[in-house]
Structure formats: C-alpha cells, structure tokens
Design a protein around this ligand. Structure first.
Ligand SMILES: Cc1cc2nc3c(=O)[nH]c(=O)nc-3n(C[C@H](O)[C@H](O)[C@H](O)COP(=O)(O)O)c2cc1C
Length: 178
C-alpha cells in the first residue's frame, strides 16, 4: 500500500466542503463580515445550513445575540478580500470600509448582503443547541438572491494552509439525488 498515515489535524483538508463564504452580521450599530468554510447543507426546503463559527470571533457574539446573518457567496475575484476578512476581526476594524465591500440592505434580516458576491442567503438562527458544545449554529435560509448573469461562478474552495481551488470541469451522471 502506497498510503501513509495522515495527521488527524489534517483530515479537514480532505473533507472540506465548499465554497468559502462571507458571513455578515449587524449588531445594531456596526456591520461585520467574516470568512467561513466549515458549513454543511442539512435540509432542502426550507434550506437548513449548519455552520461552525468559533466562539473567539466577533461574528459568534453577534449571531448568538441577534440570531440572524447573511451567507454571501464570493467568487475568485474577491479571494484576497475574503482571506483578509478571515484574518482580521470586526472588533477592531470596519471590514466593509477597509476592504471595500458594499453592504446592501437585506429583506428579512438586519445583516447586509454583500453586493460584490454572486449569491446571498438571508438566514435566521433556528437551533443553537450545539453552540455551547461545538460552536455549531443551525441556520434557516429565509430568502436567497443570485446573479443569474454569472453562468459559471468560480467559487473559492479552501484546502487549508493558504491553499485554495476553484471548481474545474462539470459533468452529468444519472444521479437520483436532487
Ligand atoms: C478561508 C477561511 C475560512 C475560514 N473558515 C472559518 C470557519 O468555518 N469558522 C470559523 O469560525 N472561522 C473561520 N475562519 C476564520 C474567521 O474568518 C476569522 O476568525 C475572523 O477573523 C473572524 O472575524 P470576526 O472576529 O470579525 O467575526 C476562516 C478564515 C479563512 C481565511
């Protein structure tokens, strides 16, 4: 066998779901945005999305208190800004201003949509039972926005250690999965 043991701390690099998203929140006076790649779909309709958001982040504090956010899906042109949003905290800077992102009012939540992102999901927190143990938030998508003019959006996928990829070729198979 050619395979070698892989450090358990590296497992996430194989399973990492995509795409990297930008989570926006609003605390009444301030807007914030952070990068997030640890998320998973949990149901189709209404769409449920589970997210791990560290209790060290400003986003965690705002989301737990205000119970709403927007998941914004960026494409590769925004990659540098996305990483900056993941390397800094809204506790000390206004990331919208510093990184030149445009907040747009959402319909159902106070958190803003990011105009530059090709899709935006307005979400409310519907289950916080796993927050204390795992920093795991279950969000329900209330409204979804998409720029349909983008036929092949090059989303950003995190491979860890500063490596990213964009989607490659697509192909069809007779899958029974929706
Ligand atoms: C590509 C990338 C993916 C990230 N994914 C997550 C994640 O899934 N969960 C998380 O808690 N932090 C994640 N982070 C780190 C947060 O974005 C980072 O802690 C950020 O500074 C929090 O900002 P805030 O304090 O303004 O909320 C990621 C960072 C990067 C660069």
């Amino acid at each position: 066998m050619k395979k070698r043991s892989l450090a358990l701390s590296m497992v996430y690099r194989l399973i990492e779901p995509g795409p990297v998203v930008l989570v926006t929140t609003a605390d009444g006076t301030r807007l914030n945005v952070m990068a997030m790649s640890w998320h998973t779909m949990m149901d189709f309709e209404p769409p449920l999305i589970g997210c791990v958001i560290s209790d060290r982040s400003f986003t965690f504090d705002i989301l737990r208190r205000h119970r709403e956010c927007v998941i914004n899906i960026p494409t590769v042109e925004l990659a540098r800004k996305v990483v900056r949003c993941g390397n800094t905290s809204g506790r000390t800077i206004d990331k919208f201003k510093v990184f030149g992102l445009t907040p747009i009012p959402a319909t159902y939540v106070h958190a803003p949509l990011i105009d530059e992102c090709y899709a935006n999901l307005e979400c409310k927190l519907v289950d916080s039972r796993l927050v204390a143990k795992y920093d795991f938030f279950v969000l329900e998508v209330l409204k979804a926005w998409i720029d349909r003019s983008r036929k092949h959006p090059e989303t950003i996928h995190h491979l860890g250690m500063g490596s990213f990829m964009v989607p490659g070729r697509t192909f069809k198979l007779p899958s029974r999965m929706k």
